[in-house]
Design a protein around this ligand. Structure first.
Ligand SMILES: [Mg+2]
Length: 385
């Protein structure tokens, strides 16, 4: 074979080789496209049980598996993060020992106590409270008692303190019924109030000479709807106070709604927005948050809240008695009102387990509120004397 023929043969050999190689590539490429077009990749998925599944079902299962595994990963991350947060929060919760109680007594000049769950439970005094109050008084501490319960006035609470054998003056008691009246006084209110609530609010308004309507007078009123029914309302009302009301009814809802919506500049004041309250020892009952929520729903307005955890009562006490807030300790049984109220106000905080908060709830992953200390009950301070 001459040189020319050799070169020709070599060229053919290379061409056949490349054609053959490209064919293989093209063939593989077609197989790849086929597999992906027909969603057959599930054959590599351990979750798939059968090759015979339809492509749509396969895609669906694959997507579900992806979402599930992604969800599990995210859930795992969330659980992990929550566990870390809760572990961190639980770690920060400090049960008060005697040395810490002594330090707390040394640095605190004023104690603010929540009442229900700290001083009493229902109508029963909690063990050791009178002795603890006497001890604190003998140490020259200033004591205030504040409650979100608006059903009584300060005079009404004074009767309760006295009936339980506690020697307290009315000036040391702050209820949210008083706070609502004090708020109106602080803004030099000179209008008329419509009250949704019980007697405590009306009694406090009377003490300040503020005119009001509603309250017990609207107890039991029913609305009988008929074609063309029109409910009149008091055009002179320029503030509506909503407090806990065991006789809440549709008449009161409509009156409050009309005043807030139709009287120009009418204020909407909530004594508190507690979700639940402890009317009986058997269970938690719907609190004033339910009544306030109702009026919020019909007026689409946010109320001015004067009870805990709003700072109004704290600011009032600190200013009236010229008390530096870092010398005050808030003692309460509830995290989302008492302890939050204290922490937001820059006070020391002590949670007692004699009321609604159990140690499990305090240390729960769901809780992110950390009091400075917690202890079983108020009388634990007696050990630090
Ligand atoms: Mg309480």
């Amino acid at each position: 074979m001459d040189n020319q023929n050799k070169r020709r043969e070599k060229t053919h050999r290379h061409r056949r080789y490349f054609l053959s190689r490209n064919s293989i590539y093209i063939y593989i490429h077609y197989i790849y496209i086929y597999i992906h077009t027909h969603e057959l990749t599930h054959i590599y998925d351990p979750h798939m049980s059968s090759f015979a599944s339809s492509s749509v079902a396969a895609r669906s299962v694959l997507v579900q598996n992806k979402v599930a595994s992604s969800g599990k990963r995210n859930q795992s991350k969330r659980v992990s993060a929550t566990t870390q947060i809760s572990a961190s929060m639980a770690h920060k919760q400090r049960k008060m020992d005697i040395a810490e109680a002594k330090k707390l007594l040394d640095k605190t000049k004023t104690f603010i106590f929540d009442c229900d769950g700290v001083i009493w439970k229902g109508d029963s005094l909690i063990d050791g409270v009178p002795e603890t109050i006497d001890m604190l008084k003998s140490m020259g501490k200033q004591l205030f008692f504040i409650t979100n319960n608006s059903t009584k006035s300060r005079a009404g609470y004074l009767k309760k303190f006295t009936s339980l054998g506690l020697n307290i003056t009315a000036e040391n008691i702050f209820s949210s019924s008083f706070a609502a009246a004090a708020y109106l006084e602080s803004i030099k209110f000179d209008g008329k109030v419509y009250v949704v609530g019980e007697t405590g609010i009306g009694e406090e308004l009377d003490l300040l000479g503020i005119k009001w309507s509603g309250c017990e007078a609207d107890k039991g009123k029913e609305v009988t709807l008929s074609e063309g029914l029109y409910m009149d309302h008091d055009k002179d009302v320029s503030a509506v106070i909503v407090g806990f009301d065991r006789h809440f009814n549709y008449h009161k809802i409509q009156q409050a709604t009309l005043c807030i919506r139709e009287n120009p500049g009418c204020l909407f004041i909530a004594t508190n927005t507690d979700a639940v309250t402890h009317l009986t020892s058997a269970q938690e009952w719907a609190g004033n948050g339910s009544m306030v929520g109702c009026i919020k729903g019909s007026t689409q307005q946010e109320p001015i809240v004067v009870g805990k955890p709003s700072s109004f009562m704290l600011d009032y006490i600190a200013e009236k008695y010229s008390i530096p807030k870092d010398e005050i300790c808030m003692v309460g049984d509830r995290l989302d009102t008492d302890i939050l109220f204290g922490k937001d106000g820059g006070l020391s905080t002590l949670l007692v387990l004699s009321g609604v908060t159990t140690e499990d709830r305090l240390l729960s992953p769901k809780n992110d509120i950390v009091p400075d200390f917690y202890t079983n009950q108020l009388s634990d301070l007696l050990e630090a004397k």
